[in-house]
Ligand binder design. Structure first.
Ligand SMILES: [Ca+2]
Ligand SMILES: [Ca+2]
Ligand SMILES: [Ca+2]
Length: 203
C-alpha cells in the first residue's frame, strides 16, 4: 500500500524541482508571496556584493506571456540601470555576448528595466522591442526586485528573438550588478503549461 501511495504521489509532483520549470503568473509589486512554493533557481553567499546588490537568490518562473525574475538580495538597495540580466535565449555561447566574462552567450541584455540585444562582439547591439521590461517593482530600495520580461521580445542581435524556442526551451540566465562584484548564472527550462500533461512526463 505504501508503495502504491508513493507512486501516486510521485506521479502528481510537478517537474519544477528537477527541471526548474515554474509555471506561474507573478505580479511585479515587490510582494513576494506569489513566489510561494517556487524553489530558487540559483543561490549565493552573503558578503560578496561589494558596493552593489549582494545576491541571495534568483528565482525564475514563466507563463505563456512572460518570463518572471525575482532578484533577492541580502542588502536593501535601489534597482538601477547598472544591474544586468543576461538571457541566453538559444542556450548557446556561439551567439550573444560573454556578459561579465562569464560562460554565457547572452543574446538579450536587461540593464535595469531597459532591454537591448547583444552579439558575440557587442555588449549592446541596440534596443529590443519592446525596449523595456513589461513591468518591475517595487520602485524603492528593496531586498526583492520582481520583473516581467515579454517572451515575444525581438532583438537586433545574432538571433532575432530573445527566446526563439519559446515554451519548453532551455535558456541561460545571468544576473550581475555592475556597481559591485556579485555575478551568478545558470539555466532555466521554460514551463510549457500548468496542465496535467506536463506533470505526467515525470515518469
Ligand atoms: Ca509579487
Ligand atoms: Ca552574494
Ligand atoms: Ca546565445
Amino acid at each position: 500500500m505504501k508503495k502504491i501511495l508513493l507512486a501516486a504521489i510521485a506521479t502528481l509532483l510537478p517537474l519544477s524541482a528537477a527541471h526548474a520549470q515554474n509555471w506561474a503568473t507573478i505580479t511585479t509589486d515587490g510582494d513576494v508571496n506569489d513566489w510561494t512554493g517556487i524553489t530558487a533557481l540559483l543561490t549565493d553567499v552573503s558578503g560578496d556584493g561589494g558596493a552593489g546588490r549582494d545576491i541571495e537568490a534568483i528565482y525564475v518562473a514563466n507563463d505563456a506571456s512572460n518570463l518572471y525574475v525575482r532578484i533577492q538580495s541580502y542588502n536593501s538597495i535601489g534597482f538601477d540601470g547598472n544591474e544586468f540580466i543576461g538571457i541566453d535565449g538559444d542556450n548557446s555561447t556561439s551567439t550573444g555576448f560573454s556578459l561579465f566574462g562569464q560562460a554565457i552567450g547572452s543574446d538579450t541584455l536587461l540593464a535595469g528595466a531597459a532591454v537591448f540585444g547583444e552579439t558575440t562582439a557587442s555588449f549592446n547591439s541596440g534596443a529590443a522591442t519592446p525596449a523595456n521590461v513589461v513591468n518591475w517593482g517595487p520602485f524603492v530600495a528593496t531586498t526583492d526586485v520582481e520583473l516581467a520580461f515579454s517572451l515575444a521580445t525581438t532583438i537586433p542581435g545574432d538571433i532575432s528573438s530573445s527566446i526563439p524556442g519559446g515554451l519548453g526551451s532551455t535558456i541561460g540566465i545571468l544576473y550581475g550588478d555592475g556597481d559591485g562584484s556579485d555575478v551568478i548564472l545558470g539555466t532555466y527550462t521554460l514551463a510549457s503549461s500548468s496542465s496535467v500533461s506536463d506533470w505526467m512526463t515525470l515518469e
